[in-house]
Design a protein around this ligand. Structure first.
Ligand code: PLP
Length: 386
């Protein structure tokens, strides 16, 4: 089976992890700060905090922005559940904004309309999590302008998007957001096995993120309520978690970062081949916004079901049976049973629901050979022709 995504591990990556195993520090050593610096420098952000997952990064990002009971977070229904769950962890409510027909990211028009309504009913969101689906950045300039008008904070869930650019600048620079989050799960663009990062340009948010990642504990005398009792002293000044990344993970991350550009450019090569090879098939290929240079985590096709005598499910199953490891990103979050219990229902976000009826993610990853790709193309042609 050709998987839809797969990590790329080099000898250099393996050596980097082994070196940590032989070193003094398995956690809380030099690799985590080095990984944070390499990502912050790559993105052009002031601060970066490595954590054990993007889910943890989203959680502490919401807490740092003071999201809590009585507050509302909005996100896209077409995302991994973590982009919404982070609000629930904080005791806040979740709502969704439908997606754009072409980018599959949160629709700026739908957002604007929903904000107008929410202002009337006094239900404006405190935080909006925008998701750069497939690696394609959202329309950040317009969303940022709305945040100024309506007073909400912005978290970029850039789990798919490291290595991409918006208006020619690296995603993660937080130019149009308060905090940006990356994931380093093995299917993503670079990996640390499990891992995530939260970036910000705000010194104040940085201080909170650092505390929340590690029990709310500080060793900085300037943050303490009294002078230290002695060299052993630390203080807990907030309620935090143990969301730390290990040195093994960070060393892998540092090593993976040296190949980030190569990873993304190979994805672009593969996408360009797909774009040409699939042009005449009854499907819609990914559309790219002119402001976007996508990290291309995913290549999503939309089946033109009116022109096919097979269902979405049939096409999906036949591809898998023939060894093409397709997937579907994502089941609309508002249709998950856990969210339906909050009153969300079929019909609430029609563009997202239509996407779910015809979208398929086809294999694309750095180590995919030209032969693998040709096999995917040929199989897709056969399945759609029959
Ligand atoms: C993978 C992913 C997450 C969660 O990342 P973890 O590192 O597995 O916690 C969150 N949001 C999106 C959009 C993702 O793709």
């Amino acid at each position: 089976m050709v998987p839809y995504g797969r990590q790329s591990i080099s000898q250099q990556d393996i050596d980097a992890v082994i070196d940590v195993l032989k070193s003094d520090f398995l956690t809380q050593g030099p690799q985590v700060p080095a990984f944070e610096r390499s990502i912050a420098d790559h993105c052009g952000a002031k601060h970066a905090f490595a954590v054990n997952s993007a889910t943890s990064a989203l959680h502490i990002a919401c807490l740092a922005l003071d999201l809590g009971a009585g507050d509302i977070l909005w996100t896209s229904p077409i995302t991994f559940v973590a982009s919404a769950n982070c609000a629930l962890y904080c005791g806040a409510d979740v709502d969704f904004v439908d997606i754009d027909k072409r980018t599959y990211n949160m629709s700026v028009q739908a957002l604007e309309e929903k904000l107008v309504d929410a202002e009337k009913t006094g239900r404006l969101p405190k935080v909006i999590v925008v998701v750069h689906l497939c690696g394609q950045p959202c329309e950040m300039e317009a969303i940022h302008a709305l945040s100024q008008q309506y007073g909400f904070k912005i978290i970029e869930d850039a789990s798919h998007a490291i290595g991409g650019k918006y208006q020619g600048e690296p995603i993660g620079n937080c130019h149009f957001s308060d905090i940006t989050v990356f994931s380093f799960h093995p299917v993503k663009i670079i990996t640390t096995a499990e891992g995530g990062m939260a970036l910000t340009n705000s010194d104040e948010l940085a201080e909170r993120l650092a505390l929340l990642r590690s029990h709310g504990i500080t060793r900085d005398p300037e943050l303490m309520t009294q002078a230290p009792d002695g060299p052993w002293y630390y203080q807990q000044i907030d309620l935090g978690y143990n969301y730390r990344m290990t040195e093994l993970q960070a060393a892998l991350g540092v090593s993976q970062m040296t190949r980030l550009d190569e990873f993304v450019s190979r994805r672009h090569e593969l996408a360009n081949v797909y774009n040409e090879a699939l042009a005449s098939l009854p499907l819609t290929r990914p559309w790219q916004h002119p402001d976007a240079y996508s990290g291309l985590h995913l290549y999503v096709i939309r089946l033109d079901l009116a022109k096919l005598n097979k269902s979405h499910l049939q096409v999906f199953e036949e591809l898998r049976e023939r060894g093409v490891g397709v997937n579907l990103h994502y089941i609309p979050v508002h249709l998950q049973p856990y969210y339906q219990a909050f009153g969300f229902k079929q019909g609430d976000f029609p563009v997202a629901e239509q996407y779910y009826r015809d979208a398929i993610s086809i294999p694309m990853f750095h180590g995919m050979s030209d032969n693998d790709q040709q096999f995917v193309i040929d199989t897709l042609k056969e399945v759609l022709a029959a």
